[in-house]
Design a protein around this ligand. Structure first.
Ligand SMILES: [Zn+2]
Length: 160
């Protein structure tokens, strides 16, 4: 198989994945806006150095720097607020959420690493406000952040 140059940099791959969506107030204009992230099911693989290893837990990806073409087109269609952009926080580019009203950036740290973050639910009710859509297509990506075995994953709402 011919690999695109970017494919060699990827550190995670799977034959299926999830698109997660939550609603969070924008930090700039305060209006509620959709935020997105990608999720993986048990059986996905991660590359450590040159070895691919199968992971038996769910995981959410953040600080995603690179996505395979197929995922790119799906994200453009279903999650238009998620776009490659420059982050002052990481001093580099990654797939950042943007407010659908004012375009303000939302850093992954806020969404994935803070206790009240949109993708870090503190209870089942909280998790029930997160929607997950199952995508039966392969994914490969380069991600710097992995939230392994996320809490209340089962309480997140499955749509479609
Ligand atoms: Zn806004």
């Amino acid at each position: 198989m011919m690999l695109l140059p970017d494919e060699k940099r990827m550190n995670v791959r799977s034959d299926r994945y999830l698109l997660l969506q939550a609603i969070a107030p924008c930090l700039q204009c305060s209006q509620p806006t959709s935020v997105f992230c990608l999720g993986l099911l048990p059986g996905h693989e991660r590359r450590l150095e040159d070895q691919w290893a199968s992971e038996n837990c769910e995981a959410l990806l953040f600080y995603v720097e690179c996505l395979s073409k197929q995922v790119l087109s799906l994200v453009r269609e279903l999650a238009p607020g998620l776009r490659l952009d420059f982050s002052a926080e990481t001093n580099g580019e990654y797939w950042l959420n943007h407010c659908q009203h004012c375009g303000a950036l939302r850093e992954d740290h806020d969404l994935h690493c803070e206790p009240d973050g949109a993708f870090l639910p503190t209870g089942a009710d909280d998790a029930g406000r997160i929607q997950k859509v199952a995508i039966q297509e392969p994914l490969s990506a380069l991600a710097a952040g992995f939230s392994e075995a996320p809490s209340f994953f089962a309480s997140m709402q499955t749509v479609a």
